[in-house]
Ligand binder design. Structure first.
Ligand code: 5GP
Length: 185
């Protein structure tokens, strides 16, 4: 793959605030590119038009079989993945942010693609639960599933190059900005 600009992987439990932090950084640095992932999960009302490529199970499977993903993972009952073509085209435009979960991050590490990894953690599990409920976008069952997964995911934090505790948003945005800026000329 031809990746001329720095690649940043950002992971963390859903509800930890990755999306908000990324949005904050991109507002100040429009040169940064966020990859659009493919997923089999149903669209949520809160999803923006460029948040995901929504695929059927069959469409997703065909892309796996054809080797089109740089990484993909099963998460909370659905598949999510980054297409090689997406990563390459975004990398031509500027530094790239990938918002992906920990299994995908591990695959990229294994693949040898040079990158910097950042883990976003909530201040506590109670706070994470409160944030997931506040979002009102998932069923009770989905929330329980996500919380259990979040506990597992926290164990991967030490494998990342940087860890940000998202206590207050402006501070955490500042921290993420400082990290990514230090790798970009
Ligand atoms: P959500 O359903 O809340 O949008 O995303 C659920 C989880 O999937 C989040 O942790 C998110 O970072 C992760 N995710 C989104 N896109 C990708 C992707 O392309 N690959 C992987 N491995 N995870 C992804």
């Amino acid at each position: 793959m031809n990746l001329p600009n720095p690649i940043f992987i950002i992971s963390g439990a859903s509800g930890a605030g990755k999306g908000t932090l990324i949005k904050g950084v991109m507002e100040n640095h429009p040169e940064f590119q966020l990859t659009t992932s493919a997923t089999t999960r149903p669209r949520r009302p809160s999803d923006g038009p460029n948040d995901y490529y929504f695929l059927t199970d069959e469409e997703f499977q065909k892309r796996i079989d054809d080797g089109e993903f740089v990484e993909w993972a099963q998460y909370a009952g659905n598949k999510y993945g980054t297409l090689k073509s997406e990563l390459e085209s975004k990398s031509k435009l500027g530094p790239v942010l990938l918002e992906i979960e920990i299994q995908g991050a591990a695959q990229i590490k294994k693949s040898g693609v040079a990158h910097t990894s950042i883990f976003v953690a909530p201040p506590s599990m109670d706070e994470l639960e409160r944030r997931l409920r506040e979002r009102k976008s998932d069923s009770e069952e989905a929330i329980s599933k996500r919380l259990a997964t979040a506990k597992e995911e926290m164990r991967a934090a030490p494998l990342y190059d940087h860890v940000i505790i998202n206590d207050t948003i402006p501070e955490a945005v500042g921290e993420l900005e400082k990290i990514v800026s230090s790798y970009v000329r």
